[in-house]
Design a protein around this ligand. Structure first.
Ligand code: ADE
Ligand code: ZN
Ligand code: ZN
Length: 257
């Protein structure tokens, strides 16, 4: 009995803390919302490339391969870190790549007439994931605390870290599945939608960086985050997921039109 308890505790700590992304619910919500915004014909082309799998389903692929040694070099592609008083362009780029380099590479391979179906499908799955990550503010983070992974907080009295709160904890509190989250998107006016769809991948990154700054201004180390934090940020998280989905569709509509 005791052994079983230790095993369960060990497994749940591994599952809980080793995850470094919007949890599956966040990523799947982005994929599902994107599928609502695909233009005529693009949906079919993508479905064919993914052998029938949905964008929601493939959105977590990049996390599923993280522990596979063959894909270790992809780990730094999920995020970018630079200091608050610097900028993406001014700060030296990591040789190992970052989320912007990764997104550009994925788009190049999907577009290229020289890449085969297998590669296109592989990089499409990564792209779906990285556009999700791009909208998690702590993925446009600071190197010194590894994007908040080393920023200790408490979440409703339990030990957590800031990154984990933003990847999963806030979303878990909604108590909704990804389909429910996607089906209950905020209604947007045409001009709000147009605003979200405009800009470049780097503009979208800079927007996440602004939210990241706001998070650091409103979160103290070792603080117990609870309902007040939900009041402040729940709608921001929902909005980030919605923007991620809409913008993923913008890129896919360009790539597959
Ligand atoms: N590891 C180091 N920095 C990170 C970040 N900003 N997001 C996720 N994982 C990281
Ligand atoms: Zn993360
Ligand atoms: Zn990721």
């Amino acid at each position: 009995m005791k052994k079983l308890f230790i095993l369960v505790a060990l497994l749940s700590s591994l599952i809980g803390h080793s995850n470094e992304d919007w949890g599956p619910t966040g990523h799947r919500t982005v994929g599902e919302i994107a599928s609502h915004y695909l233009i005529e014909g693009v949906h079919e082309k993508i479905k064919e490339l993914l052998n029938g799998q949905s964008l929601a389903l493939v959105s977590t692929f990049a996390d599923e391969i993280k522990s596979d040694d063959r894909y270790q070099s992809l780990s730094p592609w999920h995020y970018v870190n630079f200091p608050f008083d610097s900028s993406y362009d001014a700060h030296p780029k990591s040789e190992k790549g970052d989320i912007i380099i990764a997104i550009n590479k994925c788009m190049e391979i999907i577009k290229s007439v020289d890449s085969n179906k297998e590669d296109k499908a592989f990089y499409l799955k990564l792209l779906v994931h990285f556009i999700g990550d791009l909208h998690q503010p702590l993925h446009i983070g600071l190197a010194e605390d590894r994007g908040g992974n080393q920023f200790q907080v408490r979440w409703f009295k339990e030990d957590a870290n800031l990154h984990w709160v933003w990847d999963e904890k806030i979303i878990e509190k909604f108590g909704m599945s990804y389909s429910e989250l996607a089906a209950n998107e905020k209604l947007l006016t045409p001009s709000e939608l147009e605003e979200i769809q405009s800009g470049s991948v780097e503009d979208w990154m800079n927007e996440s960086r602004l939210l990241c700054l706001d998070v650091y201004e409103h979160t103290k180390e070792d603080e117990n985050l609870s309902y007040n934090y939900m009041y402040r940020y729940a709608h921001e998280v929902r909005h980030q997921l919605q923007k991620g989905g809409i913008r993923l569709a913008v890129l896919l509509n360009q790539l597959f039109a």
